[in-house]
Ligand binder design. Structure first.
Ligand SMILES: Nc1ncnc2c1ncn2[C@@H]1O[C@H](COP(=O)(O)OP(=O)(O)OP(=O)(O)O)[C@@H](O)[C@H]1O
Ligand SMILES: [Mg+2]
Length: 427
């Protein structure tokens, strides 16, 4: 209630049941949010465990394969030694073939370097089809340098004081397996992200339907008692024994209730936007508000817009937003302080900024990140809905933005509304 400040007597008090209901609704809305972030954490932890498990498992496979490949290269070294030392007999070719096949099976690239550092036989090194001898030697040299960095060489003793070394690198399979977990992780993250987007947009659409249904039903239900109340007002008026000022006061409240009902029934329907003189609307509405709040709250409008500047908006909804932000500001200042409303159009941007700054108690960063969640309120009697609705009105219906520009505990808060200066009129 605007008039509820410590220094003023409240105009009327909320019924205790209404307070209880507001607290229940708030709690259930906050529970829904807490539950959602709980599920987010659970899914996140499961993904993390899966990813770590997959990384460990693949790492184990990589190690095993690496050891096996090293053994194969040792076998190749052994084969070379055997070939050099063995007397040529009929089994020679068969044995050599077995050794060759073993190395070829894993496709391990390997180069034998003799005691004079001259690279000789090489295995599984790919060359272009037509290639000169020099070009071939250059490629072998390049691969050799790479291999030197990858694994320590395997010595080959070929007897008679001669020795050589085999340099090798990982097979294609092993290299692929090394990168596989990262690929797998990226795909998992991408799928997770896409699923989250799909899920959250479906949830938002569902939430919107619930909001609209709730608002329209409330408006509908309020219609009957309101017209009955109006009839009672007429009845009181016609009775000369009743003080006419009572009927007048009740009528004012009934009219206000009717206005609120109309606003609720308008939620969900596409509002008509018109080009309106923004500065005039804000100035008039602020002076209307000023009369209704504590006289200890000083309002000031700083208009830096050109006189002819208009904005496309729905006047009723826009005023509702200003009212909600100012009501919160008055609450945050405990009914004493200043509210500065600044209107400006940044150069070259097709935008209008409306800053509403108060000298209230301010918010912490953690608080500020939650204030647009339905049900978040630090007030005993708050529903935690004012800012949620305000944000929807500005962002969904006016294609604008509403956010906390800055807030400092003990100093005050500034909200910024951004409206488009030239959005296309909806039909
Ligand atoms: N100007 C402000 N300064 C400090 N805190 C603010 C300000 N505006 C909003 N808040 C915080 O944000 C919360 C949510 O505001 P919101 O208007 O959505 O709900 P409410 O005012 O608590 O209840 P209601 O639904 O009746 O508006 C407030 O309870 C308050 O803690
Ligand atoms: Mg509020």
């Amino acid at each position: 209630m605007i008039s509820e400040t410590p220094n003023e007597k409240p105009r009327f008090k909320l019924h205790p049941v209404a307070i209880l209901n507001s607290q229940r609704l708030r709690r259930s809305l906050m529970d829904t949010y807490d539950q959602k972030s709980f599920y987010k954490y659970v899914i996140g932890i499961i993904l993390l465990i899966l990813s770590i498990g997959s990384l460990f498992y693949t790492d184990k496979l990589v190690q095993e394969l690496e050891e096996r490949e090293e053994r194969e290269v040792q076998l190749y070294a052994e084969g070379l030694r055997y070939v050099v030392n063995s007397p040529l007999d009929e089994n020679f070719n068969v044995i050599y073939q077995v050794i060759e096949d073993a190395v070829n099976f894993y496709q391990i690239p390997a180069i034998y370097v003799d005691e004079n550092n001259i690279p000789n036989p090489n295995k599984n090194i790919k060359f272009p089809v037509k290639i000169s001898r020099q070009e071939r030697e250059r490629i072998i040299q390049e691969r050799l340098e790479e291999m030197k960095l990858e694994h320590p060489p395997i010595p080959v003793e070929i007897g008679k004081g001669r020795s050589g070394k085999i340099y090798y690198s990982n097979s294609f399979l092993l290299t692929q397996l090394r990168y596989y977990p990262f690929l797998q992780l990226s795909v998992m993250l991408l799928i997770g992200y896409l699923a989250y987007l799909a899920f959250s947009s479906a949830r938002k659409a569902e939430q919107n339907r619930v909001w609209v249904g709730l608002a329209k039903e409330t408006a509908h239900q309020l219609g009957t008692p309101l017209s009955s109340l109006m009839a009672w007002v007429e009845y009181f008026r016609s009775d000369p024994s009743i003080d006419p000022s009572i009927a007048e006061e009740i009528e004012k409240d009934v009219i206000r209730l009717e206005m609120i009902t109309t606003r609720f029934s308008n939620i969900g329907s596409v509002p008509t936007l018109r080009q309106e003189p923004l500065a005039v609307i804000v100035a008039n509405f602020i002076s209307y508000l000023e009369r209704r709040v504590s006289s200890k709250v000083k309002f000031e409008v700083h208009n830096q817009l050109a006189e002819e500047q208009t904005a496309l908006l729905n006047k009723n909804l826009f005023e509702w937003v200003i009212e909600n932000i100012c009501k919160n500001a008055v609450d945050a200042m405990g009914g004493i302080g200043e509210i500065h409303v600044t209107l400006q159009a940044p150069p070259r941007a097709k935008e209008i900024w409306i800053d509403i700054a108060d000298t209230g108690k301010g918010m912490t960063k953690a608080q500020a990140s939650k204030i647009f969640n339905p049900g978040f309120s630090t007030k005993k009697r708050g529903w935690g809905l004012g800012l949620t609705l305000a944000k929807r009105i500005i962002e969904n219906y006016h294609a604008g933005k509403l956010f906390v520009k800055n807030s400092e505990v003990g100093k005050g808060t500034t909200f910024r509304i951004i409206l488009n200066a030239d959005i296309i009129e909806e039909s």
